[in-house]
Design a protein around this ligand. Sequence first.
Ligand code: PMP
Length: 431
Amino acid sequence: MQISKSKALFEKAQNYIPGGVNSPVRAFRAVGGDPVFIEKASGAHITDVDGNSYIELINSWGPMILGHNHPMIKEAIIKAMENGTSFGAPTAREVEIAELITGMVPSIEKVRMVNSGTEATMSAIRVARGFTGKDKFIKMEGHYHGHGDSFLIAAGSGAITMGAPDSPGVTKGTAKDTLLAPYNDLEAIEKLVLANKNEVAALILEPVPGNMGLVLPKAGYLEGLRKICDREGIVLIFDEVMTGFRLAKGGAQEIFGVTPDMTTLGKIIGGGMPVGAYGGKKEIMEFVSPAGPVYQAGTLSGNPIAMAAGLAMLHHLNSTPEVYATLDSIGDKIVTGYRNSLDKLGLNYTINHIGSMFSLFFTDKEIFDFESAKHSDTALFGKYFQSMLHKGIYLAPSQFESLFLSTALTDDLISQIITANEESLKEILGK
Ligand code: PMP
């Protein structure tokens, strides 16, 4: 594989952009080698500037659930652009998307559009604090909620990958209001709540975390959190930036039947454009300005082009329920193929899987929280990543991420992925 144009671009980029990239994990630091620079993508494939084409298993970290450059979304964007790119004033599309979201996501009665997942979570915490009049909140170790100051403590995703789960620049004053708990451990929450009686505004978590690799909630865990939050008057926030509109049209909350008080959304909601949203119970969302006193705003929030892309995506997902059966079946086929290969090669590596999200961990230990995720052999993952890339499969460049599948993966592509996986495992393990 030849990546000379990517190499040249990366070298130049480092003169002008910190680390050469606009989001850290893109630099491939955790997997070695230079990042490939992308020129275009269509359906299940992404193509770099040297003309190498790869089968996509991250899909822009989640948004491209129907594959890249879907004609329906492209048309919606082009049509919207004919009327101008930004107004900074309300539009009909914002009303339409808000109505659609409240119909799809069980917990959301009112919703506010923002420009990223980071903005959604930062705003949700502020609103929960304003609503309860309390300062502290509980966050799970290894979960990622974007780069807001109060979340960069034991943070997952790129923060783990870069070895900086606790970022410099976050003041002690801010950090003291973020209480940490291990995921999947109700007893730890009970203890934390008792030690901070009447001081906890919110508990935020990824119901199905994908930012320390994919981890599933133990039976009864989400229900248990719901009970504790009800008892203690704590606002339960599900961060469904990854899982929203992916695991089901109503996200993880629909699948697990547990309704949080607030939900944060991103990725798929913008159809590939920069969009996030937060919403929840009416009485909480009525605290948001100008309805209420908690300030939150955005020059480009509800941007007409972004809303057109998001609307096209959500309308499709809402009116085509078979999308989720298709995604589940694609996920099942790939994971079954991977498991067969592991058996054949006498390997006991852990695969965590739900619907169209999965992670292959280079450890035989069960992975159910941040501590257990750390057992994975990240050096081996780096070799595996490079081997897969050279076989034309584009993975997330870190062990601590989930993969995201799209409906564009045909049976033929699925077999290519399974074969590449088996060959890569053989190659890196010398089997
Ligand atoms: N929450 C979760 C669960 C996420 O996975 C992410 C991003 N991967 C974010 C929040 C932040 O979203 P953004 O990168 O759009 O700011």
